[in-house]
Design a protein around this ligand. Structure first.
Ligand SMILES: NC(=O)c1ccc[n+]([C@@H]2O[C@H](COP(=O)([O-])OP(=O)(O)OC[C@H]3O[C@@H](n4cnc5c(N)ncnc54)[C@H](O)[C@@H]3O)[C@@H](O)[C@H]2O)c1
Length: 330
């Protein structure tokens, strides 16, 4: 597939800002959408920055002209007021503009493992691409399911060339430390403070002491989950672009393997010289994302296991960097 011109929506977001430099370096001509929420898109070679709001149907028509590939990353997360207009109508306007224009060879939609419910439901077997849509409660998972269904229908009704990349929880900067240590910022779920029941656990928050959380089940075994580094996410997007075998397909995009909270917590605790604090979390089911389809069809080999993700986060802090502005952290 001959690909020259790429539209990237959500170009100032967590994933967009990481993939944009790679698209620029690869020599693509990129039209990058900057939203009016104050987050700025980096000005880079081969990148035309266009300002707009996907809730306005005329934006999609304007953006699609002359594009070979659309990479749709713009999204709002857990937001009841905005998700229908920004995510559902926004995706619909883009899909429909592609259908009308007829020039787009591939529409890459950002999916999420949230559409499969991950930790919220028991997951006795690895979650593969055929796992039915079954988001956990919330407007974000609802949105991710509806976006995918719209894409699937456009493929069926109008042969729109869809590729869906279903990312696991994406880790950039020092996200993993923000998640697993008890001090602020507290990123993602579980929110450890909500699971503090013993006097010892409560003291950490009352006295502002830091520690490293280890999620355990009622039987004392460590929780297991599957996440992905931003570096592997960028790699998956670059592999999908222009790949004819990716058309009409959905792919899981996660790390090389799931991790266990005890192994991760012990590693972080040793590096930061902090105590490990165990939290029994009843509302958490272990899950594993099945990666064989992405490996075999896309040639995607994720490289960042939990220890490399932690090492990157430690290096980020050691370099004195500050976390990027983000309207919808997670
Ligand atoms: N970050 C993750 O852990 C993760 C995991 C799985 C899937 N995803 C999916 O990947 C995609 C990108 O995620 P992200 O973390 O980079 O999101 P993000 O919130 O960091 O960025 C989204 C961008 O969309 C833009 N945007 C919001 N409303 C808009 C509108 N009306 N018009 C135009 N632009 C608008 C915002 O400016 C923002 O820059 C999303 O679809 C998300 O659901 C993300």
């Amino acid at each position: 597939m001959n690909v020259k011109n790429i539209l990237l929506t959500g170009a100032a977001g967590k994933i967009g800002r990481a993939v944009l430099p790679e698209l620029s370096k690869a020599g693509y001509s990129v039209r990058a959408l900057e939203y009016t929420d104050g987050l700025k898109v980096d000005r880079l070679p081969n990148v035309e920055v266009v300002t707009g709001d996907l809730r306005d149907p005329s934006t999609a028509k304007r953006l699609i002209a002359d594009m070979d590939v659309v990479i749709h990353m713009a999204n709002v997360k857990e937001n009841k007021e905005l998700f229908l207009d920004a995510n559902i109508k926004g995706t619909f306007y883009l899909l429909d503009a592609c259908k009308e224009a007829g020039n787009v060879k591939q529409f890459i939609q950002a999916g999420s493992d949230a559409r499969a419910g991950i930790y919220y439901y028991p997951q006795p077997i690895p979650i593969d691409e055929n796992h039915r849509h079954s988001g956990y409660p919330g407007y974000y998972p609802l949105s991710k399911v509806l976006e995918e269904v719209m894409c699937e229908q456009y493929q069926i009704m109008y042969q729109t060339p869809i590729t869906i990349l279903r990312f696991s929880w994406v880790h950039d900067e020092d996200d993993i430390l923000a998640h697993v240590t008890l001090e602020e910022p507290c990123l993602g779920v579980p929110v450890w403070r909500d699971w503090a029941v013993t006097p010892e656990q409560k003291a950490y928050f009352k006295e502002g002491k830091n520690g490293v959380a280890c999620l355990v089940h009622a039987d004392g075994s460590a929780g297991k989950r599957h996440i992905v580094s931003i570096k592997d996410v960028v790699k998956s997007i670059m592999l999908a672009i222009g790949n004819p075998t990716a058309i009409g397909e959905a792919f899981n995009v996660s790390g090389p393997s799931p991790f266990a909270y005890d192994a991760m917590a012990n590693y972080v605790a040793e590096k930061l010289n902090l105590p490990v604090v165990r939290f029994e979390v009843s509302e958490f089911n272990d899950f594993c994302i099945e990666m064989s389809k992405s490996r075999s069809v896309l040639g995607f080999t994720p490289e960042y296991d939990i220890f490399r993700i932690v090492d990157d986060a430690l290096a980020f802090r050691a370099a004195g960097k500050t976390r990027s502005a983000c309207l919808y952290p997670g």
